[in-house]
Design a protein around this ligand. Structure first.
Ligand code: KG4
Length: 355
């Protein structure tokens, strides 16, 4: 009798690197299933009230090796198992992107494996397809994705994994930026979004009626809201005859909580109205949310409420996939790997928002 030959199928192992802003992250997908997702957040920026690009680049340099090493170990693979390396090419901070891009290129050259460039924004959208073992339900095509982060506020029409179109976007500030800047004015730590969310739970969302933009189509604007927020505080300072927000908070009960609740309600209303219009116009009833601001509790609740009211099937990511993470980059990279869509070794990072 001839011996039975056991043919060992080679596994597809994708290693991903994300370094677009202030989180160094690495993830591994083995045969389509997420095996690890390691994130090192940079605390160094807290005392500056915003991300300092040069410090971010340096911290990425310090973090990248241990983060990649941990991601491989947690996934139970070695560098010799890697089939391809995916990296975030942009948009983001150029210095930060350079660290991840250079590391990915060096490792790909050393291991003689292909490189896959991933658009960070597409990664956020494709986070909805990560197989993380929790039975996460995936949208089917076409669907709309509201992509809201510190740098972007967009409505994306997703026709396929590799076919996305921005149909509306902010003409000035992003929603997360508005949260962060208003939080700073209130004297809250950076990043302010999570603090606004927390304090808003104790405030009255109807207390301060802030200005809402009136622009056509599916585009957004948040700079007027920021000014309206600022002027409301300025007028109150004047009326109370005090100079600081702390002094004002002594005189006006629940000041910070009510300001946060009103700001959050306004941002959520602005975001959801345009999304509703896009869904109705395009006859699409599958709607997803992605990006750092998708961690906001009022926005998540609005998705549930709009879903019930307008019969949308809604997709809200787990918290671990809301902020920057390499799992989403790995997922996007895995899809490109299946399409044999690789990039050249001399590909350069890009800073500007595009999809
Ligand atoms: O996608 P992301 O992690 O990265 C960048 O775009 O850099 O988004 C970060 C943004 C910040 O503006 C942060 O304040 C905001 O997401 N954010 C939140 C919440 N959690 C994070 N905004 C509102 N509510 C939250 N719970």
């Amino acid at each position: 009798m001839r011996p039975i030959l056991k043919i060992m199928e080679k596994r597809t192992v994708i290693l991903a690197i994300e370094s677009s802003c202030d989180d160094t992250s690495s993830a591994v997908i083995v045969d389509g299933v997420l095996r690890s997702n390691v994130i090192a957040s940079q605390k160094v920026h807290e005392e500056y009230g915003g991300v300092v690009p040069e410090l971010a680049s340096r911290a990425h340099q310090q973090n990248i090796l241990p983060v990649v090493d941990t991601a491989l170990k947690r996934a139970g693979v070695t560098k010799n198992d890697i089939s391809a390396i995916a990296f975030t090419r942009g948009p983001g901070l150029l210095g930060s992107l350079l660290v991840g891009t250079s590391f990915a290129k060096g490792l790909a050259l050393a291991l003689n494996v292909p490189l896959i460039d991933v658009n960070h924004l597409q990664g956020h959208v494709l986070a909805h397809f990560v197989e993380d073992g929790t039975g996460l339900e995936h949208p089917t095509f076409p669907f709309l994705c509201l992509l809201v982060s510190g740098g972007n506020s967009q409505i994306v029409l997703v026709r396929a994994y590799n076919d996305m179109q921005i149909i509306g976007q902010t003409i000035d500030d992003a929603a997360g930026e508005a949260f962060d800047k208003c939080a700073k004015v209130l004297g809250l730590p950076y990043p302010g979004g999570p603090w606004i969310d927390k304090l808003a739970k104790l405030g009255d969302p109807a207390k301060y009626p802030f200005a809402k933009p009136n622009i056509p189509g599916y585009d957004y604007s948040f700079s007027g809201l920021k000014t309206s927020f600022l002027y409301t505080l300025r007028d109150m300072l004047k009326a109370q005859g005090v100079e600081t927000i702390d002094d004002l908070a002594q005189n006006v009960p629940n000041l910070r909580e009510d300001m946060c609740a009103s700001l959050q309600a306004t941002v959520v209303d602005i975001l959801m109205r345009k999304l509703k219009k896009a869904a109705a116009d395009l006859h699409i009833n599958q709607v997803a949310v992605a990006g750092g601001v998708s961690a906001n509790s009022a926005l998540r609740q609005a998705f549930i409420d709009y879903g019930r009211k307008y019969r949308w099937k809604v997709f809200i990511p787990p918290f671990s996939f809301t902020t920057d993470n390499a799992a989403m980059v790995c997922q996007a990279g895995y899809f490109k790997y299946l399409d044999n869509d690789f990039c050249a070794i001399d590909e350069v990072p890009f800073a500007k928002t595009t999809i």
